[in-house]
Design a protein around this ligand. Sequence first.
Ligand SMILES: Cc1cc2nc3c(=O)[nH]c(=O)nc-3n(C[C@H](O)[C@H](O)[C@H](O)COP(=O)(O)OP(=O)(O)OC[C@H]3O[C@@H](n4cnc5c(N)ncnc54)[C@H](O)[C@@H]3O)c2cc1C
Length: 181
Amino acid sequence: MLIGGGNSAGQAIVFLAPQVKTLHLMVRRSLEETMSQYLIDRIASLPNVIIHVGTEIAGVEGNRQDGLSAATFVDIATGGHQRYKIRHMFLFIGADPNADWAHGCVDTDSHGFVATGDGALPLETSLPGVFAIGDVRAGSTKRVAAAVGEGAAVVAQIHAKLAGDRVAPTSTSPAPIKENA
Ligand SMILES: Cc1cc2nc3c(=O)[nH]c(=O)nc-3n(C[C@H](O)[C@H](O)[C@H](O)COP(=O)(O)OP(=O)(O)OC[C@H]3O[C@@H](n4cnc5c(N)ncnc54)[C@H](O)[C@@H]3O)c2cc1C
């Protein structure tokens, strides 16, 4: 069983389906709303994929020893519940940033992604001299090429920051570390 209707879910279905007898896909909306057409076409050619549109996960059952044993889904239109005995479930329903440690240190958005660009440098956080790039950055495109591009761009911004600090040190510049202190 696989849950989610984005491109990550689509890629996983194409990979998993040939390896299992039946793959149930649980999605809230039709795939056309959330998945690229090339993946929808490939999934349509997989005879063992059963798509349950308009369903949302409501609960799972199991224990640490035996693992997953069942899951319950709700039909969004009717509110009816359906329980399935299952052993394997793959979730592709989004991600949370692993940035709890940064809260209170740099500004984050309502979802916990690190905010950047309020100052002069687009990738600098609210704490001068601290930069954020890639998926953890609020508003970034969650793609490999975007993360790599931001990685390249931030180097120039760090150089600009250091050059500016050398010209005009501010009270927020970190204090020099004394060796053998
Ligand atoms: C299932 C899936 C499929 C995807 N498919 C595609 C695709 O087809 N094409 C595409 O372009 N993008 C895809 N993506 C998105 C892509 O993986 C990300 O956009 C990209 O990896 C972001 O790079 P990043 O360096 O910002 O973050 P990540 O690649 O997530 O790297 C962050 C790193 O930081 C580490 N880390 C986290 N917290 C800490 C901490 N506290 N201390 C130290 N290290 C820490 C993590 O372990 C990780 O190694 C997919 C993502 C997923 C989940």
